[in-house]
Design a protein around this ligand. Structure first.
Ligand code: ARG
Length: 449
């Protein structure tokens, strides 16, 4: 059955090709398709386009489909193109003519946009909570190891005194910025396209504001033609936010790979968390971090794919857009998997103390030696020359590090300030479950008491 069948039999090869992965991908957001339809039906009744009895029957039928989906038993049958067609088919089968009214005043173009937006909103909210857990863990490690020194690097050469406090804390603050990107993606995403139909509205007297409220959207996406164009744009905003998080995970992983190497040995993990080699008995490999690095680097290519796919389309719906779904679903799954594994690993990270006591790192104390002279009134350039002479002729003696007082230095990490920033930036994220939406929408069924 095709929603658009008009008497001729569609060629099966064409149907299979155009449906593509939809029978699998659409199940990912099936529950949101159902919830979007519930809100739509409630609105149709208030606009006088379906009767109260029809609305109630449709709500019950949709709730049964929701339950079926919860049990993992909702399927898109062979020969049915997508979730939108399946739901309409199932409803019509049970309700007859009332079921066939579900598509009044909408198109699959706005319907799929609603589904993607509701799906992404939930994913973004879950991801934000996960990022928060990682942030909290990193801050905890930063505080716990705030006194343990570490060489800081520039040009991959040891440069100045750093600390585990500064290092862990840096990745936490990095996540605080990633959260800004995620909140921006949420804001762009959380607007209601329902009722824009194929991209040009409808002559039926629908109430778009009502569905915006019922579905928890921040506002209505007004211009019908823009709603169509927004497909590709919301994915772009989301892909950028995912890329930002992925970049943090990837670069942090790269540091860990280096710090775990036999030359550095700054950090280590319990035996159960490292991998070995089939031939070299001594190996303790950081495969987990290499894979986080690799996977997160690939996630960063997503925005390029969205740009290529959506960048040259005429405004209005184009079927190319269908291909975005799998890319986005996979990216969310990948980022979430990487964060959970990362959390598990750093929960067990072991830190080497006394690293900077080795003579190898003597010279990283030279900038502060020059600063000590500056404090005695020596111009910096002269102090620099004096100390570099000492380093050159090996007479330079390091002293205990001191005097890091400014905000964001090893002596003053400002973790509390960063935590406050993070907390403020978390405000836009909420987490209303699909079940809660269903419960609320079912209150509109007239036989519910
Ligand atoms: N499967 C389609 C997609 O994801 C749904 C919209 C189909 N609309 C259409 N006009 N063919 O884009």
């Amino acid at each position: 059955m095709k929603l658009w069948e008009k008497g001729t039999n569609p060629e099966p090869v064409i149907i299979e090709f155009t449906a593509g992965m939809d029978r699998q991908t659409d199940l990912v957001f099936a529950k949101w398709d159902i919830i979007g339809s519930m809100a739509h039906v409630i609105m149709l009744q208030s606009a006088g386009l379906v009767s109260a009895d029809e609305k109630t029957k449709m709500l019950h039928s949709l709730r049964s489909l929701f339950k079926l989906d919860e049990k993992g038993e909702l399927v898109i049958e062979d020969g049915v193109e997508d979730i939108h067609s399946q739901i309409e088919k199932d409803m019509s089968l049970v309700l007859g003519p009332a079921g066939k009214k579900i598509h009044t005043g909408r198109s699959r173009n706005d319907q799929v946009l609603v589904d993607i937006r509701l799906y992404m909103r939930e994913e973004i909210d879950t991801l934000a909570m996960q990022v928060q857990m990682l942030f909290t863990k990193l801050q905890e490690l930063s505080e716990r190891h705030s006194e343990i020194l570490l060489p800081g690097y520039t040009h991959m050469q040891s440069a100045m005194v750093s600390s585990f406090g500064l290092w862990f804390g840096s990745w936490a603050e990095c996540l605080a910025d990633d959260i800004v990107m995620l909140a921006a993606a949420r804001a762009v995403n959380n607007q209601n396209p329902l009722g824009t139909a194929a991209g040009y509205g409808t002559t039926l007297p629908i109430d778009r504001k009502m569905t915006s409220e019922l579905l928890g959207f921040d506002n209505t996406l007004y211009n019908s033609a823009y709603a169509g164009v927004s497909r590709g744009k919301i994915e772009m905003a989301t892909a950028s936010a995912l890329a930002s998080i992925a970049q943090t995970l990837s670069r942090f992983s790269m540091d860990i790979c280096i710090y775990m190497s036999s030359e550095y040995k700054f950090v280590d993990f319990p035996d159960e968390l490292v991998t070995g080699s089939s031939i070299m008995p001594q190996k303790r490999n950081p495969d987990v971090f290499e894979l986080i690095r690799g996977r997160c680097n690939l996630i960063q290519t997503l925005s390029g794919q969205v740009a290529i796919l959506a960048g040259n389309l005429q405004s209005g719906y184009n079927r190319d857009l269908q291909l975005l779904k799998k890319l986005i679903f996979d990216a969310f799954r990948e980022v979430k998997e990487c964060i959970s594994v990362m959390l598990m690993m750093i929960n067990n990270i072991r830190i080497r103390e006394n690293i900077t006591e080795s003579a190898t790192y003597n010279a990283i104390f030279s900038t502060e030696a020059a600063n000590r002279l500056v404090k005695q009134g020596v111009p910096f350039r002269d102090a620099y020359k004096t100390v570099s002479e000492m380093v050159k002729n090996t007479s330079f003696q390091k002293t205990a590090p001191s005097d890091y007082t400014h905000e964001g230095s090893i002596g003053n990490l400002c973790n509390k300030e960063i935590a406050l920033l993070f907390e403020t930036r978390m405000k836009p994220f909420k987490n209303t479950s699909a079940q809660e939406f269903v419960n609320k929408l079912m209150e509109h069924a007239d036989d519910v008491n």
